[in-house]
Write a protein that binds this ligand. Sequence first.
Ligand code: AR6
Length: 181
Amino acid sequence: MSEYTHHDVRIECTQGDITRQADLDAIVNAANAQLRTGGGVAGAIHRAAGPDLVAECEPLAPIRPGEAVITGGHDLPNAHVIHCLGPVYGIDQPSDELLARAYDRALTLADQEGLRSIGFPALSTGAFGYPMEEAAEVAFGAVTRACDRLRSVKVVRFVLFSDSDRALHEQVLKRLIGSVD
Ligand code: AR6
């Protein structure tokens, strides 16, 4: 795991499974608009959380690209799940703004709830087709912009499924942190 501190917020990159981050207050779901089970991250989160999560999600759906909602974590080790709908790359436009908004909304919800730590998967980079490097630039841009207004969130962990995705995220983060203060 590598980490960088920006405006008192620790930004971490690690390879792993988003459903196995027991030390985090909240994990983020790469959701679908209906907040149903789905595949990828959403499938893994719903499997680990159990059927009560679907029931809690139902009245909150649908959500639009760039939006986020918060629920309990149910059988997950985390107290909360923040469900974000990222853009389908090239279809939901402007994709970069919508992706940045999804990260920003998730951080705002976590902060409003007084949470200290949150873990993100690489939103939109699976079924929604967003190229990984471009998505990482947008994601870290949104997170670093949010850092100086976050009051309670102190740890933001990017949980990447493969080691090459982790390495790519570290490169992008290093580049970005070097160019902002
Ligand atoms: N932990 C961490 N990362 C993961 C995991 C995991 N358990 N599983 C997959 N990834 P995706 P999207 C990575 O498709 O592109 C769903 O069906 C994966 O390698 O989960 O936002 C929903 O129902 C990829 O890099 O999310 C929606 O319809 C990244 O997480 C749609 O897919 C995101 O992949 C959302 O698509």
